[in-house]
Write a protein that binds this ligand. Structure first.
Ligand code: DON
Length: 573
């Protein structure tokens, strides 16, 4: 408390601004004004940088590094800030993956994906006739897996330098004193208003009388109190004691099934990252229970033998080849991928040269493939998310993708604790052949089992060039995540784009089923027409993903880019 007041007073002294108008969210001389901030889409910094979905969260991470923290400190503080300023996806009640390469070369893959509660069961979303009721897997209390994010933050702490109390303070200030909403945030809260009222059992900070408008301040007192319990008691301040009690009481009011025991027994897990080479780069990405790392390995290896550079960016030749690689990889996702602690994922085979060459045997550059004729390979052995990327002065690379699953998750706010719960149970296969909210199909590999983690598409990814740290990247977007990362990497490597273009040029997506190519609105019209003439069904979407990336240029500068598709922003020094 003393520190907050001191930093607050110091900032006011510096700024001469009225007390009720401004609050410092970081510390003496490094104040961030949550009432006045700007979005920076790209910048090059000499030492350290953060790219995230919210300018305040990126600034928090950058200032933490300026105050002596490393990329892990920044990733923790930025995630905590996102849980406050970006409630649609930033979270305490969701889960995620952190992938890092320490400056000493050590790799770290931290899985804090949500898990099915002990009382969950394979057919829990089927009615008496055996029909899937996806409303229950997507909305309200029964849709939530056991939250993993807070366990993930504390499992990251051994790699950080500053005390957790300091890393969480900016988030506490932002929750307690509020921050100003952008146009996009106000309209997003307004359009979710009815769902908050329907799926939460107590009044929430996200609804008020009348509509939110740009410039309004969002204050989240209950969330501030939850964060303070974590500041005082660590992970137990969330998984036990008052917060756990509030979660379980919320569950009981809304017929949910998460228990005190579920919360207490949740742990983050270490996963060995997926690694593969593509031309002269080494790509490092996330292993199951994410499908992302294997999918990008498969897609990149399937196209590596083709002269992508001479085909050129967004030509019919390069796009068609990539679509067919995407189709085949996603067929494998549905059949072979799931939580590796419950399902044997044939990782090596799925990524092997021989297998992938065989998968592309029936590829025809002159006509569209047909998904009903392309099954998963036979092997002999499983929209709202947010990504942040950080590089610090020492060269530690961190990529974190974290999610509530849909926008604002289950839309259930834990009464008295002020945070949203995820609707991640929908990422399980609720019934074979029934698509989840991203249209993904699945079967046995991804069936619901107590304690099992639902298959994810989140793909936090790093890249080395000439064995040196080069890139950290990732995006939200459900099943479009691996194809977005795939395209950003190909744009950088094959089409020699700078990071801004690699992220912001129009993207496309194919996921086996539905058998269609989704394109962004600004996709080349000529290529779209040619694809249609070849037999592809093409569908437009306003935006695919929100990619955040940072790369190290040959002169050591950190080229930092935040996706143009949202309020995303970079910060650094
Ligand atoms: O883990 C997954 O694959 C999904 N729950 C991610 C959801 C997502 O990216 C939503 N963002 N737009």
């Amino acid at each position: 408390m003393k520190t907050i007041l001191l930093s607050f007073a110091f900032f006011l002294l510096l700024s001469g601004i009225q007390a009720q108008k401004v609050v410092s969210v970081v510390g003496p001389g490094k104040a961030i004004n949550p009432y006045k901030y700007s979005i920076v889409k790209k910048a090059t910094y000499a030492k350290a940088a953060v790219s995230s979905a919210h300018p305040l969260a990126s600034q928090v991470g950058a200032v933490i590094m300026k105050q002596g923290g490393n990329a892990f400190d920044a990733a923790i503080a930025t995630q905590l800030a996102l849980a406050v300023v970006y409630p649609g996806a930033g979270n305490l009640g969701g889960g995620g993956f952190l992938l890092a390469r320490r400056s000493n070369g050590e790799l770290l893959g931290l899985d804090y994906r949500e898990a099915a509660p002990a009382a969950a069961s394979r057919d829990m979303y089927l009615d008496q006739q055996g029909n899937a009721n996806i409303s229950l897997s997507q909305n309200g209390h029964l849709a939530s897996g056991i939250p993993g994010t807070v366990a993930g933050l504390f499992a990251t702490m051994p790699y950080a330098k500053l005390p957790f109390a300091k890393l969480v303070q900016p988030a506490i200030d932002l929750a307690e004193y509020g921050f100003v909403l952008t146009e996009r945030e106000a309209s997003s809260l307004n359009s979710t208003r009815e769902s908050f009222l329907k799926y939460s059992t107590r009044p929430t900070a996200f609804t008020k009388e009348g509509r939110w408008k740009a410039g309004d301040t969002l204050v989240q007192k209950e969330l501030a109190a939850t964060l303070k319990r974590m500041q005082k008691d660590g992970a137990a301040g969330f998984y036990e004691g008052e917060t756990a009690k509030l979660i379980v009481e919320e569950m009981q009011r809304g017929k949910g099934i998460i228990t005190l025991e579920d919360l207490k027994s949740y742990t983050a897990k270490l996963r060995e990252p997926i690694r593969f080479n593509y031309r002269d780069h080494e790509v490092i990405s996330f292993a199951p229970p994410s499908s992302g790392g294997i999918l990008i390995a498969q897609m990149m290896k399937m196209i590596e033998k083709f002269p992508m550079n001479s085909y050129g960016f967004q030509t019919t030749a390069s796009v068609q080849l990539m679509i067919e690689a995407e189709r085949r990889a996603y067929a494998d996702r549905a059949e072979h991928m799931g939580d590796p602690d419950f399902w044997k994922v044939p990782v090596d085979t799925l990524m092997s040269e021989a297998y992938l060459t065989d998968r592309m045997k029936d590829y025809d550059p002159n006509k569209a493939g047909v998904s009903t004729q392309i099954k998963a390979g036979v092997v002999s052995e499983s929209e709202e998310t947010t990504h942040l990327s950080v590089i610090d002065a020492a060269g530690n690379l961190v990529a974190v993708t974290t999610t509530l699953n849909g926008g604002y998750g289950s839309r259930t706010v834990v009464g008295g604790a002020g945070f949203l719960l995820n609707n991640e149970m929908d990422d399980f296969s609720v019934k074979p052949g029934v698509p989840n909210m991203y249209g993904a199909l699945g079967g046995e590999a991804n069936a619901i089992v107590p304690g099992k983690r639902m298959l994810s598409s989140m793909t936090p990814t790093l890249m080395l060039k000439n064995k040196k740290p080069y890139l950290t990247i990732g995006t939200p977007g459900g099943t479009t995540i691996p194809t977005s990362v795939f395209q950003a990497l190909v744009n950088l490597i094959d089409f020699k784009m700078d990071l801004d273009d690699a992220i912001n040029k129009p993207k496309f997506h194919h996921q086996w089923f539905p058998d269609e190519v989704v394109i962004e609105r600004d996709f080349l019209v000529d290529t779209k027409k040619k694809l249609e003439a070849m037999g592809y069904r093409v569908k437009e979407r306003s935006a695919i993903g929100r990619t955040e990336g940072i790369r190290i240029l040959p002169n050591g500068q950190r080229e930092s880019v935040a996706d143009k598709r949202g309020d995303d922003s970079v910060a650094g020094f």
